[in-house]
Design a protein around this ligand. Structure first.
Ligand code: ACO
Length: 323
């Protein structure tokens, strides 16, 4: 059976930048606090008329261009997002029409918050391995700024908007070696938007549908869980820590990234870090970081990459791949 191999990557960030100093004028915080506790210096914020699908389209077009594929060659679209344009249709369906991709091919969204891209990659990998798709577009895209409470300093400083995309194609030599997806719904209350369409719609309409997080509790569980997932990814492939060329972690907090790198005995110059520039872009963070390191020449063909993520649900997961 074929592997699913990444043949193109793309990223897109909205033009508008919000620095820590800008945030000092909005809530009771400081650049020092944000930098020290999170590693974040700035994040990008979408314009009011700029939607998740707009960001996804820009990232997707760049990934297709790198892969040398036309939209009409795409036979599967998966968009990982927590902030879809609409209740329905899915952002993936909106994007299929926008791109002029193969009509009739499946297109759907996946919701696993910050783990969304890794989930989407795991699902697309199975489509390609089983011959159900040959050329898949897998995207993480968010306008997370829309679900932030801009008066809550404990959350609004952490997140940003953006999109990252990859093209996955069947390849007989190498590609994704394994993906590992997990969830534990018992932790729902530590990180959520407490209202939605079918529960608390009145509160949603009243403007209360915003992210809530018990940050320090999430932090501890994230560090422990990501340590375990590193072991799981290596063991599943009979790999040693030293075999991994690049760690591409979810970009939530530099302290969580440092802890995972230590667990892998990985020097920080082998870890892709964008949290300082992008903040936490949820489902977009892993593919955006991957795209940055591919385009600046750090990650090269045939190198072994470990992607990992942890987020609301709780959900967590990893992917081991030969680029
Ligand atoms: N500026 C200044 N002070 C602040 C700010 C701020 N922006 N935010 C919180 N504080 C204060 C708190 O009120 C608290 O004050 P107190 O001691 O007087 O009560 C103090 O700083 C310490 O707060 P903690 O929450 O204990 O700080 P911590 O070191 O844990 O850092 C953070 C907070 C950055 C949120 C960290 O816990 C974290 O990164 N958590 C994990 C986030 C994450 O990975 N989420 C998962 C992915 S996100 C997703 O899936 C959507």
């Amino acid at each position: 059976t074929p592997y699913a191999r990444i043949t193109g990557t793309g990223g897109y960030l909205p033009t508008r930048v919000l620095s820590n100093h800008d945030l000092e004028r909005m809530v009771d915080t400081t650049d020092e606090w944000i930098t020290e506790r999170t590693g974040i210096k700035k994040r990008h914020i979408a314009e009011p008329d700029e939607s998740t699908c707009d960001l996804a389209e820009a990232a997707a077009r760049r990934a297709l261009e790198m892969a040398g594929r036309r939209p009409d060659e795409v036979d599967l679209i998966i968009v990982a997002t927590t902030t879809p344009d609409r209740i329905f249709p899915s952002t993936a369906c909106l994007l299929q029409a926008r791109l002029g991709a193969n009509t009739g091919a499946p297109a759907f969204d996946i919701q696993a918050v910050c783990t969304g891209f890794v989930y989407a990659l795991g699902v697309a990998d199975k489509f390609i391995r089983t011959g159900s798709a040959r050329c898949a577009l897998v995207i993480g895209a968010e306008t997370f700024s829309r679900i932030l409470d801009w008066t809550d300093r404990t959350t609004c400083v952490l997140f940003g908007d953006g999109a990252g995309a990859v093209v996955l194609e069947a390849d007989y030599e190498a590609g994704i070696l394994s993906t590992h997806l997990h969830a534990d719904g018992r932790y729902e209350s530590l990180l959520n938007v407490p209202y939605g369409i079918s529960e608390g719609q009145d509160r949603l309409i009243a403007g209360e549908g915003k992210v809530r997080m018990r940050g320090s509790e999430v932090f501890k569980i994230a560090v422990n869980t990501l340590g375990r997932i590193v072991d799981e990814s290596l063991t599943a492939n009979g790999l040693d820590k030293s075999d991994i060329d690049w760690l591409v972690p979810h970009q939530a907090n530099i302290r969580i990234i440092n802890a995972t790198a230590r667990k892998l005995s990985m020097p920080m110059d082998r870890v892709v870090v964008t949290v300082d520039q992008h903040g936490n872009t949820s489902a977009a963070s892993v593919p955006l970081a991957f795209d940055v390191a591919v385009r600046d020449g750090r990650i090269r063909r045939d190198e072994l990459v470990l992607m990992e993520a942890f987020g609301g649900g709780f959900t967590w997961g990893s992917a081991v791949l030969r680029f």
